[in-house]
Design a protein around this ligand. Sequence first.
Ligand SMILES: C[S@@+](CC[C@H](N)C(=O)[O-])C[C@H]1O[C@@H](n2cnc3c(N)ncnc32)[C@H](O)[C@@H]1O
Length: 326
Amino acid sequence: MALLPQTAASQLMYASRAGNYDDSWHPQYAKRFVRIANPRAGQRILDLCCGTGLDLFLLAEALNEDGTADDGGIVIGVDATAEMLAVAAHRQKAQPELTDRVKLLRHDVTHLETLGTTDASARLEKHSFDTIVCSNAFVLFDDPDAVVAGWRRFLKPPVHTAATHSPNDSHEEHESHHHHHEPGGKLVVDIPHEAAQRGGLAMERVARRMGLVFPSNRSWVTSVNSFRDVLERNGYHVDRVIELDHISGQGATYYTAHHVDDLYDSLAKSSAFAAMVAGAGPGVEAATVVRHGRPIFREEFLKDAGKNGRVFMSDTMYVYVARLAT
Ligand SMILES: C[S@@+](CC[C@H](N)C(=O)[O-])C[C@H]1O[C@@H](n2cnc3c(N)ncnc32)[C@H](O)[C@@H]1O
């Protein structure tokens, strides 16, 4: 069976969500995320999977307010889905004062090395970014290690110089040491808590059992250390991990066997589920997948239940701030 590659599945999923993506908890969350990214005047920022630009325009506004017109501060947004970028482009038109601060590019962020091969103006300069952000997207990728490894080359590397000046004058007894350290660029990525949106997690397992692909990949996230490990084994140093709570506003919740059918029905209406069905190829009816998937979902979802029969659902996001290791 030919399954949809990750980027194609995401495009399918977000093409239909683009129009109402911003009618959600995302705009509020973007403010919290951007505060952690901490944009500064003159910085070059890369926003990977920028979507409709919720983070991108907050970043660009900050650069614009704090900077001068010619300070080089810019945010480059990259996303694979034309419909999401169209919303961002619309926003850009409405904020002409940000024209020179924002650049939007359509491309697969898991293959940035091929960006600009046909259009040199779209090429991303290596070792040139102060900040790379990727919000609400990382758990869509198939191969987390390969992705962070591929992004390394775009961050400004840390700089260490230790200059020792020997005195020319032999009367001077001391030498002066000048240590200079610039930490280099930072990568800011968020990853949902391992117990967040557990319906989607169970659906990943349902899809696998049915020989299909649910367009997200969170099965490798088992604790706050999972993404830290990915970063560290790919040459990053993790500065800090911030846990943001009440992401959707719901807070921690508990589900029981009584909720499973309602949860399944709402997930079966999602664009992610539609992408999973589309990936099965022509001739596969959504209704058939929904019917076959239901008992499997019940079984998979309730595997996460505690002794009291309740499934704990967190509303937390982990945000990682990392730099290239020295
Ligand atoms: C949930 S949205 C997040 C948008 C934005 N970062 C935010 O937080 O509001 C996920 C975005 O990832 C994009 N995406 C998924 N896989 C991608 C890939 N391989 N390359 C580029 N964009 C991708 C989708 O097109 C979608 O716009």
